[in-house]
Design a protein around this ligand. Structure first.
Ligand SMILES: Nc1ncnc2c1ncn2[C@@H]1O[C@H](COP(=O)(O)OP(=O)(O)O)[C@@H](O)[C@H]1O
Ligand SMILES: [Mg+2]
Length: 193
């Protein structure tokens, strides 16, 4: 599902990622571990097309990311960033934030789908009209996860999704991710002949 080969990423004269290769199979959970500043976020951001100065090959679901249109990748891979406060637009109500990728990609019934996504992350319809500053950190990260799941991507890249949250909330988010993953895996198994 993911194949990264000989990835090198530079920021001006400095090398942030040097010769990284790894593969992730369908249905697999893969953890990228390394000390702070070792390049984990840079690898994920490069996979999402958010860095320009890189070499090597990144293939996602068989597609070469350097020659595939952003829109085609958006349905395959989405990312949840470390800090949900920074990744949600402060003037977008939660419902708008979740519906935005649906609108951009011309998905029908965006409103119904938004309500379904709010249910899925355990927040419910009433959160649709609230703004990010009216939510707790854990609730905001749930919204970021719902937004990332809106287009039903095959791959979810999670960049330390709990590290900006209180310890008491971290388990809540990890439980949600485990639950989503087992549901997705069940769906996947049903699809096989
Ligand atoms: N936008 C950027 N401009 C310049 N240097 C950056 C940028 N983003 C990350 N870096 C540098 O790249 C290296 C890897 O950073 P990062 O990928 O954030 O590490 P990690 O996520 O493992 O903590 C660090 O040395 C960091 O300072
Ligand atoms: Mg990081």
């Amino acid at each position: 599902m993911i194949s990264v080969r000989d990835l090198n990423v530079r920021f001006g004269p400095s090398v942030a990622v040097s010769n990284v290769s790894f593969d992730v199979a369908t249905g697999e959970s893969f953890g990228l571990v390394g000390e702070s500043g070792s390049g984990k976020s840079t690898i994920l951001r490069t996979m999402m097309g958010l860095n320009t100065d890189w070499s090597g090959t990144i293939s996602i679901d068989g597609l070469d990311t350097s020659t595939t249109h952003r829109r085609d990748l958006a349905r395959r891979v989405q990312m949840v960033f470390q800090d949900p406060y920074a990744s949600l637009h402060p003037r977008y109500a939660i419902g708008q934030a979740i519906a935005e990728p649906l609108h951009i990609n011309g998905v029908a019934n965006a409103e119904r789908r938004t309500v379904e996504l709010l249910e899925l992350i355990g927040l419910g319809d009433k959160f649709r009209f609230r703004f990010p500053h009216e939510l707790s950190g854990g609730q905001r990260q749930r919204v970021a996860i719902a937004r990332a799941l809106a287009l039903e991507p095959k791959i979810l890249l999670l960049d330390e999704p709990t590290s900006a949250l209180d310890v008491s909330i971290q388990a809540e988010i990890l439980n949600l991710l485990n639950q989503l993953r087992s549901e997705a895996w069940t769906d996947l198994c049903h699809c096989q002949p």
